[in-house]
Ligand binder design. Structure first.
Ligand SMILES: [Zn+2]
Length: 240
């Protein structure tokens, strides 16, 4: 296998691994993403408001029912008293006066209860309006949250797929390179921050972009097993 071809594969391998580690970092950031927390907290808050609103409505309705029962009772007693009053059985003026007073008291009590019922009806109506508004807000938040979750999930899934493909491609390229070169590359890689080989581009180093001297350029063009290093950054120069 020609050394030049091997260097080209090694360069491809390096680039595949660089892209892979960049995407892996992105994926890590995505998995640790906390940007949805404020939205989720807002949703919990609205749900809590809805629950207390529903409880208040239910309590007010129960109260209303009790008042309605009270009204029925009062009405019954008043009507019974009225029957007595107009029935002609009672003739004593004192008793009649007492009965009239009692009837008036029942009426007053009925009016108070009636007022309470009307107020409760009004309150329930107002709270139901508030509940409907909260329901709308909750639906909007849920939709937004679901949309953003789906977006993150799609991004995560795409990144994972790409990383897996790069892993496979890296393994394929690594298999093409001789073990000596692979070892040398791995040794240099850490020190050189993942970039060992740099292609020459327009007579400059593809990594640091400094002009390559004519002698070095000539060596790089000749290729072979010992590529020259960039005089500025030390990367091994290859002509692709
Ligand atoms: Zn350089």
């Amino acid at each position: 296998m020609s050394k030049d071809q091997e260097l080209k594969w090694l360069y491809q391998y390096q680039e595949v691994r660089r892209r892979q580690s960049k995407l892996e970092k992105e994926l890590e950031e995505l998995l640790a993403d906390h940007s949805l927390i404020p939205l989720a907290n807002k949703l919990t808050l609205v749900a809590g408001k809805m629950a207390s609103c529903q409880e208040a409505i239910s309590n007010r309705r129960k109260e209303m029912k009790r008042w309605e029962e009270e009204r029925t009772k009062l009405r019954y007693h008043r009507e019974e008293s009225e029957k007595d009053l107009y029935g002609g059985k009672i003739t004593s003026p004192k008793e009649l006066t007492q009965l009239e007073k009692k009837i008036a008291e029942y009426r007053q009590a009925e009016e108070r209860v009636e007022e309470g019922i009307l107020q409760a009806m009004y309150d329930v109506e107002e709270m139901e309006k508030k509940l409907a508004g909260l329901g709308k807000e909750e639906a909007g938040l849920k939709e937004e949250l679901a949309k953003r979750r789906a977006g993150l999930e799609a991004k995560r899934s795409a990144l994972q797929k790409e990383v897996a493909a790069l892993q496979k491609e890296g393994e394929r390229l690594a298999g093409l390179v001789s073990p000596e070169w692979k070892e040398r590359f791995e040794r240099l890689r850490e020190r050189m921050n993942g970039v060992v080989l740099a292609p020459v581009k327009d007579k400059t180093c593809g990594h640091c972009h400094v002009l390559v001297s004519a002698g070095i350029l000539e060596k790089a063009r000749r290729g072979g097993a010992a590529p020259p290093g960039c005089e500025n950054c030390g990367r091994l120069l290859v002509v692709l």
